[in-house]
Design a protein around this ligand. Structure first.
Ligand code: CA
Length: 228
């Protein structure tokens, strides 16, 4: 469930936004002044912050500036004044979006969803950028498509490599043969699931250490998993 911090000094508006967000399944918390709102933003992790521009003690631009010194929490600035300078200035200081009061709650909800989706996509991208994977003493360097144990390179075929990568990217998740066929062989047709067993055997022959437990566990009737 997404946690949204609302920093807004008009209490009726803050309560209204909060109730609407809760109705949509968000967790919310309200602060009515810039200073305590900033403390809340810094001390806890929020998925997004709805931030009023004109606030007692610290204004929205100052709050944004101070948050940005340490955190990337997405911020939507809410401004009562349809003043282009304020908006530009808010975005300059690190707000991700802005909305002009008075606004329809649906518009705020739509912008919030869009922002959270964008953040999700970016964090997925960052996760995929992780170029080195480790499992026990096996290291996969994705950039070089290289698999090694310490300094010893393990020579894998393309298919074996894809299979190992898929297992290592899903540590602790049991992958069914059908799933592995889809991911590694791009099969839509699940007729030939025994090819997976064959390749698991090839892979084990190359990565396992004789006399020690296999890196890849068989889950009978289900598929395969690498357990952390
Ligand atoms: Ca205000």
């Amino acid at each position: 469930m997404n946690k949204i911090l609302i920093i807004e000094d008009e209490e009726n508006l803050a309560n209204f936004i909060s109730l609407e967000l809760q109705h949509e399944g968000y967790n919310t918390k309200i602060h009515n002044n810039g200073r305590t709102g900033l403390e809340e933003a810094l001390n806890n992790n929020w998925d997004a912050i709805l931030l009023d521009l004109m606030l007692p003690e610290l204004n929205g631009i100052e709050v944004t500036r101070r948050i940005r010194q340490v955190k990337n929490t997405p911020i939507i600035m809410m401004t009562a004044r349809d003043d282009i300078m304020d908006r530009v200035s808010g975005l300059d200081h690190g707000a991700d979006d802005y909305i002009v009061k008075p606004f329809a709650i649906e518009e705020l909800l739509a912008r919030l969803r869009a922002l959270l989706r964008r953040i999700d996509i970016e964090s997925d991208k960052n996760a995929n950028k992780q170029t080195t994977l480790n499992y026990r003493d096996i290291i996969v360097e994705k950039e070089n498509r290289l698999v090694r144990r310490k300094n010893e390179i393990i020579d894998l075929t393309k298919r074996e490599y894809e299979l190992l990568l898929t297992l290592m990217e899903n540590v602790n998740t049991v992958l069914e043969r059908e799933k592995l066929l889809e991911k590694v062989w791009n099969y839509e047709d699940h007729a030939e699931t025994n090819v997976v067993d064959v390749y698991i055997r090839y892979l084990r022959n190359k990565i396992d250490i004789p006399g020690e437990e296999s890196y890849i566990q068989t889950v009978r009737g289900l598929g395969y998993v690498m357990r952390a």
